[in-house]
Design a protein around this ligand. Structure first.
Ligand SMILES: [Cu+2]
Length: 776
């Protein structure tokens, strides 16, 4: 019998003889997300946050249909959360202190995505607010959330979304913007549409720069800098295929950017671009072709030099993508691409960067997404065999009148994931051996993210303009968890001593692995142990914005009795390699991961990150006689290589699991007490209006939603005088944020978190959930 750690705990605590198996390589259902999971991120060990677009979900909050929820990992239960503006096809990223931002979106809409009842005053006819769904124009929105944990009061202001564009807003409206954090934690916000659509252009093109004012081919920052958004010629040249451009910060501080078939190295500080080779084989990877893209694991072996992999997307002819209104061809009949390419944008040997063909995927895939797993392999999951992302609008697309798949522009959901091993010899990197299919199509507006226990949460799919439960590919609320192959292990590492923060350079730290965390030779286990830091990213549209994996350097000491002390380096002293902010640290032994521990990388502030010289690691110390395990006399064969063990061996090792869990529970209990004590002290001692600096040596007690006011300087809008913008504000840099008690430019704190003054011109109206959604 194979047990997931969570289920093992449940069995143990309940003393139940009922064993619910979670099988390695397969999916299990994981509750109802209440809103369709267009976007998701992992806030901390306890909570996943889910964001939908404004639409007619049955779940309601504050008198309107909900488009936000939070999903409790332990209980697999969701609760609605209130978000005020329309998050449709927005973007998201972490901040250095563990908060998250969600940027942009659509205007205020009503049923079936039509413009909201109150129009913007700029003559565009877009919705400012809607009486039915009660969503505000979200195109400039900056929404911020400080993740809370199980046991916190999710009704308290500190746990809610902050969403008030009179205090915080981007300078330009953007849907489908690309985001990437810089080494100081500032976020670059690149491109987008001002009014949405399929591809970011008219057809035929009359004005390549503004595309009839609908293309937002500029960039800006969060927190804002003084300059107005500058045009990025690369986006213009990409001719409309530039939504959700793929962006990866390079060690130099420049950014690798990919859109349409083009690539560049971009110096955002001067807005200069250096062209790189075109994407081979005519494959488009950005939305709506939507190939998977990821940075391969950064390891000591590759000297932390990033290589980007692209897989799938579409080879449709450029004209066939059509315009904002939709494609010019029946996309769902056109196979997606199975092509994979790698590029190392900044080769350390001084050679010119080139695309290198990698193994083809096992099938064609659009909207497939990469999830980097703790064992250093990459899961490819979700998506379809044919077509593209997006759905079409029969009233505006002049070329398509009907499809067999509702309004989905993709068909052939790929139900079985695959795993890519970047270190396997070419020709053998892809496998789906032992992986079972999901029963649920995950097409447009699906998402997936790594959970702390190293399983993968999969949710969403909604290629529909509004809730539609009866079409071929309906609005999907069912969450699933996919258990990667390492869940076949009967023993998982239970390391102790993992720090709460990691610095850039500095002195190494020790992690202890008890002998019960593995079996077989201790030397062998130590040789096959890695300490990895993973940021799962902010997932939407087949992407995980900000996703990175970094293996820390380590040596070890094997102790008598079989425990292993790992001596572990801090992060490399170059913040551009792994930007500051939240991440999870896993210890893997023979590819079997521990549960992830929440860590903050860097200072916790948006600032030039402190760096130190890398402290020397002690030499490894081996001990030939040592072995792992809890049973006296047991030694020898490792049962950690997933899949090879029989049931007898697995049940034999139940003792290991229980032993490990008991240790784990004790540790959790102690940490919980310390945490509670610290929080009481923190709330009693610290003035709310003060920034609480987080030093890398602060040790235990960091909590993500207290004490970060200082970095939430709102946007300096004074230099951006758009008087036609109803949300334009004179909010200054010192306006308050979240748990800061100072008065806001729009009223008292209670006003900020209760009635939004800017919103009060639109008193709440009775919410009417549409009785049916007939589509088109
Ligand atoms: Cu979308």
């Amino acid at each position: 019998m194979i047990l997931s750690p969570r289920i093992s705990v449940a069995v143990l605590l309940l003393g139940s003889s009922t064993v619910l198996a979670s099988s390695a390589g397969s999916f299990t259902q994981a509750g109802n997300t209440l809103v369709s999971a267009l976007l998701m991120f992992l806030g901390n060990e306890d909570t996943v946050y889910i964001i939908d677009k404004a639409e007619g979900n049955a779940a309601a909050v504050a008198g309107h249909p909900a488009w936000g929820s939070k999903w409790d990992i332990a209980s697999q239960q969701a609760e609605v959360m209130d978000i005020r503006s329309n998050t449709f096809c927005s973007s998201g990223m972490h901040l250095p202190n563990g908060s998250f931002i969600n940027l942009g979106g659509n205007d205020g809409i009503t049923i079936n995505g039509a413009p909201g009842s109150t129009k913007n005053t700029d003559g565009t006819g877009t919705g400012f607010w809607d009486a039915v769904y009660q969503d505000f124009d979200g195109r400039k929105s900056i929404r911020i959330l400080n993740p809370c944990r199980s046991g916190d009061d999710f009704t308290s202001p500190q746990c809610k979304w902050f969403d008030d564009s009179s205090v915080l807003a981007m300078k330009a409206p953007r849907w489908y913007a690309a985001l990437e954090p810089l080494g100081d934690g500032t976020i670059v916000i690149l491109g987008g549409f001002t009014a949405g659509g399929y591809v970011n252009r008219e057809f035929p093109v009359r004005d390549p720069i503004t595309q009839n004012t609908q293309a937002q081919s500029t960039y800006e920052y969060y927190p804002a800098k003084d300059a107005d958004p500058q045009l990025v010629q690369f986006l213009v040249d990409a001719g409309g295929l530039n939504a959700y451009a793929h962006m990866f910060l390079m060690p130099s501080g420049n950014i690798f950017v990919q859109a349409n078939r083009s690539s560049m190295i971009w110096d955002h500080t001067t807005n200069t671009q250096t062209p790189l080779p075109d994407m081979p084989n005519g494959v488009v990877r950005v939305y709506p072709a939507s190939g998977g893209a990821a940075m391969l694991p950064l390891t000591p072996a590759n000297n932390y030099n990033p290589t980007i992999i692209f897989c799938g997307g579409s080879t449709m002819a450029d004209d066939d993508y059509g315009s904002y209104s939709g494609p010019r061809v029946e996309t769902w009949k056109i196979p997606a691409s199975n092509d994979c390419q790698r590029i190392t944008p900044e080769p350390q040997d001084g050679s010119a960067p080139v695309y290198v063909a990698d193994d083809n995927m096992l099938e064609t895939r659009t909207m497939g997404q990469f999830i980097i797993l703790p064992d250093g392999t990459l899961l490819m999951i979700n998506g379809g065999l044919n077509g593209t992302a997006g759905y079409f609008n029969i009233t505006t697309d002049p070329f398509i009148k009907e499809t067999p798949f509702g309004v989905s522009l993709a068909s052939g959901p790929v139900f079985t994931p695959a795993i890519y091993n970047p270190n396997a010899p070419a020709g053998s990197r892809w496998s789906n051996k032992g992986l079972s299919p999901s029963p649920i199509p995950r097409l447009y507006h699906s998402s997936a993210i790594l959970l702390p226990d190293a399983s993968v949460l999969v949710a969403g799919s909604n290629p529909n303009p509004d809730v539609n439960l009866t079409t071929v590919f309906p609005t999907e609320y069912r969450a699933e968890i996919f258990f990667p192959p390492y869940f076949s292990a009967s023993v998982r590492p239970v390391p102790t001593g993992i720090p709460k923060t990691l610095s850039y350079g500095g002195n190494p730290f020790d992690i202890t692995i008890p002998s019960t965390s593995y079996s077989g030779s201790s030397n062998d286990a130590a040789d096959n142990t890695t300490v990895v830091v993973i940021r799962g990213g902010f997932t939407t549209h087949g992407m995980n914005m900000g996703q990175r994996f970094l293996q820390l350097n380590n040596t070890y000491t094997v102790n008598k009795g079989g425990s292993i002390t790992l001596h572990v380096s801090q992060m490399p002293p170059i913040p551009n390699i792994f930007q500051p902010g939240p991440a999870f640290l896993y210890v893997t032994i023979h590819g079997i991961p521990s549960n992830g521990s929440y860590v903050i990388v860097g200072s916790g502030n948006i600032e030039k990150q402190p760096t130190s010289p890398v402290g020397a690691l002690p030499a490894s110390v081996r001990l030939d006689s040592a072995t792992g395990g809890v049973h006296p006399g047991q030694n020898g064969t490792s049962n950690l290589d997933g899949g090879s063990g029989g049931d007898a061996k697995k049940s034999h090792n139940l003792g290991f699991i229980i032993g490990a869990i008991v240790v784990g529970i004790a540790i959790v209990a102690v940490i919980g007490v310390l945490f509670a004590v610290w929080r009481r002290r923190a709330s009693a001692c610290l003035a709310p209006s003060k920034a609480y600096p987080l030093s890398p040596t602060a040790g235990a007690g960091w909590t993500s939603h207290k004490g970060e006011s200082g970095i939430f300087v709102p946007l300096a809008q004074g230099k951006y005088n758009d008087t036609s913008d109803p949300w334009a504000s004179s909010a200054n840099l010192n306006a308050p944020y979240m748990d800061d008690n100072r008065a806001s430019s729009i009223g008292s704190r209670s006003q900020v978190f209760g009635e939004y003054e800017k919103y009060s011109g639109h008193p709440g109206q009775t919410h009417a959930v549409p009785k049916s959604h007939s589509g088109y």
